[in-house]
Design a protein around this ligand. Structure first.
Ligand code: SF4
Length: 233
């Protein structure tokens, strides 16, 4: 595996129209970002309408909240976090708005299945040290069914370490509970420790050509088998 492998993979992914051909979505806009050597991989659910236009993952309101969380985790800023993190999603094209226009559609299982091989390949190519699944769907993808309360604030596995986060969307009420805010703080503290542990790859990344030029997107993946929980560090 090499930077060229990742670039070829990204070019192929950007050209993907599988779900359009299957009649799942009207247009394809594969959205992801990241570069060779990134020690972190963040996996979300699907891009929203803002990302559909910008093609930059987590570019909307939820992204701003995610940026604030990463500041709390010790990153110098949003770009520092993004330079060290490959950002992907279970479905990397915008799934559309719901019938009432009050929110985005959940990614359909058929689209997630179509898209899975892109994520799988990125996990093989990049071998991230840390995977951060964001939101229940992404967490389930890596750890199997379970409650957010049991996942957020803990770390799982070793290669990679998995540190689940809730979705930073303002529509989520999960963080209204102070106990859950404490779980989030614990998760960010875990990421802070891992950032210190893996900060050195930054030099390696900056010395390599960026995997995307104008593209500001994301992606990555692991085995489909849920991983066993390990003791919190
Ligand atoms: S959601 Fe994934 S599989 Fe479907 S068209 Fe977009 S990139 Fe391709």
């Amino acid at each position: 595996m090499s930077p060229a492998t990742l670039l070829a993979h990204q070019a192929a992914c950007r050209a993907c129209h599988k779900c359009v051909g299957d009649g799942i979505i009207p247009e394809a806009n594969p959205t992801f970002s990241g570069q060779w050597g990134a020690p972190f991989m963040l996996v979300g659910q699907a891009p929203g309408p803002t990302e559909r236009v910008s093609r930059r993952p987590f570019d909307g309101r939820a992204g701003k909240e995610l940026d604030r969380w990463m500041l709390r985790a010790g990153f110098a800023g949003a770009e520092d976090f993004r330079s060290l993190t490959y950002i992907a999603a279970l479905m990397r094209c915008f799934p559309g708005r719901n019938a009432t226009g009050t929110g985005d559609l959940r990614p359909p299982a058929s689209a997630i299945a179509n898209c899975a091989h892109w994520l799988d390949a990125e996990l093989r190519i990049l071998k991230p040290k840390v995977v951060i699944p964001v939101g229940q769907m992404a967490i389930n993808r890596f750890l199997g069914p379970g409650s957010l309360e049991d996942r957020v604030g803990n770390r799982f596995g070793e290669r990679p370490v998995i540190v689940p986060l809730p979705h930073p969307s303002g529509t989520s009420r999960w963080l209204n509970d102070s106990a859950n805010r404490d779980r989030l703080a614990a998760a960010l503290a875990l990421i802070a420790v891992l950032r210190l542990q893996y900060a050195s790859p930054r030099k390696k990344i900056s010395a390599l050509p960026r995997a995307t030029g104008s593209l500001r997107g994301h992606s990555a993946h692991l085995s489909q088998r849920p991983m066993d929980k390990e003791k919190e560090a």
